[in-house]
Design a protein around this ligand. Sequence first.
Ligand SMILES: Cc1cc2nc3c(=O)[nH]c(=O)nc-3n(C[C@H](O)[C@H](O)[C@H](O)COP(=O)(O)OP(=O)(O)OC[C@H]3O[C@@H](n4cnc5c(N)ncnc54)[C@H](O)[C@@H]3O)c2cc1C
Length: 454
Amino acid sequence: MSALNPTRRQMLASSVMLGASLALPAWAQTAGKSAKGARILIIGGGVGGATAAKYLKLFDPTLQVTVVEKNRTYIRPYGSSEVLNQHTSMAELNVSYDVLASRYGIQFVFDAVTGFDPVARTVSTAGKLKLGYDRLIVSPGIELLYDAYAGYSEQVANTTVPSGWIPGAQTALLAKQLQGMRQGGTFVLAAPPNPYRCPPGPYERPALMAEWLSQHNPTAKVIIVDPKDSFVTDETMMLGWNRLYNFNLPEDYVKKMSPLVEVKHHATPGMLSWVRGKDGGRTLRIDAKKMTIETEAEVIKADVINVIPPMRAGKIAATLGLTDKSGWCPVGRRDFASELHPHVHVIGDACVADAMPKSGFSANNQAKVVARAIIESLAGRPAPEPLMENTCYALAGKDYGLFVADVFKVVDGKIARINGKARYLPLNASAAQIKLGARYQQAWLRTFTQDCFA
Ligand SMILES: Cc1cc2nc3c(=O)[nH]c(=O)nc-3n(C[C@H](O)[C@H](O)[C@H](O)COP(=O)(O)OP(=O)(O)OC[C@H]3O[C@@H](n4cnc5c(N)ncnc54)[C@H](O)[C@@H]3O)c2cc1C
């Protein structure tokens, strides 16, 4: 008898040796299990946490979904630079949790999480609550590392040199400073190193300010100092600056882009400039008293300074032991399950998601993937293979929209971009397409907020 033709006894023996776990499909091993009534606790009611809560309830209304959030009202970061140029108000950034509570029966606990017991599966809060869970989702956003630059601190940011990358009182302070800046004053924005929240954001903000200042303070200067040499959407964004604010692109960009589009050289450059890392743009020190910012290249005297400091996962992630030495949270890429604690998932800006940027769009997608994965896992089934996407819209001016749009899949254990080179607004886009891009951005702000919070 050959090995290719086993007896019935041999076949039975080998299936016993393989054991039920390999011999049976996953769904058959776990028949009878279900997600029904399971307790899902979510830390953080921002984009990731709110979306996860809503979609868990949509997928299975029997789940007990509770969000622990430290603030009663969410201040949305996306679109918050538009407060600075008076396109919108601080009040319009406020998002209520009422609809999520009343429409879907999601429970909200307004309290700050301080710790957890991963064995007993409980979370503790500053208000001395102990909340139990079957699965925990953590979406705490970012922590800003104010102390990364000499002379800078949270106290300086709260009083004189605001950041506002987590929106709130600092955003209002920055708006006041910019709108009240003396005629001919200098505004410096210090862009962050990678990785950071909202890749086009540090370049959209100065563009919107250049547009506003062109009308209200036309002799002002806007200087971006940057530790990096490039950024996502750099070509389309700088083309917008070139057309709108007489910005002269660096020569290497002009060479690269010229075969595809006319890049003007302005004999009299406009108010906006970008100092790259290779030209000494990295920030070293802030002097809030003298109102100077020191970079590798020079000391710049400014009237208003906006620092977007380096960042890492929201503080509570480290407290719970969910971060590694990078300061971010390593997760399984199919289900965003923490690699460091069982029954915990980390999504949004705080997690390591490889090619997927730290954006609201990404956090929203990841939340839906996790909601599905948790329901499947509670029912004993494997998480489905996720297909995710991100679109970051950005404005070079009120009527000048652009974007980066990508699709992602898990490839060799990492999240990889699977669309080709076509990611951006084409360089030769028509004026109508560019205007439409700006309309899409505004429409996205509304529909996206609805998808997460209503
Ligand atoms: C200026 C700017 C423009 C942007 N524009 C865009 C854009 O156009 N498109 C886009 O997709 N993204 C944009 N973003 C990025 C987007 O806002 C973030 O990527 C997104 O908010 C991340 O979601 P999150 O859930 O990870 O964090 P967050 O939305 O920040 O939510 C975290 C929540 O956790 C809570 N929390 C933290 N710690 C605790 C604790 N211990 N206990 C209880 N609660 C806690 C916080 O209060 C917060 O509500 C922009 C960001 C900025 C700053």
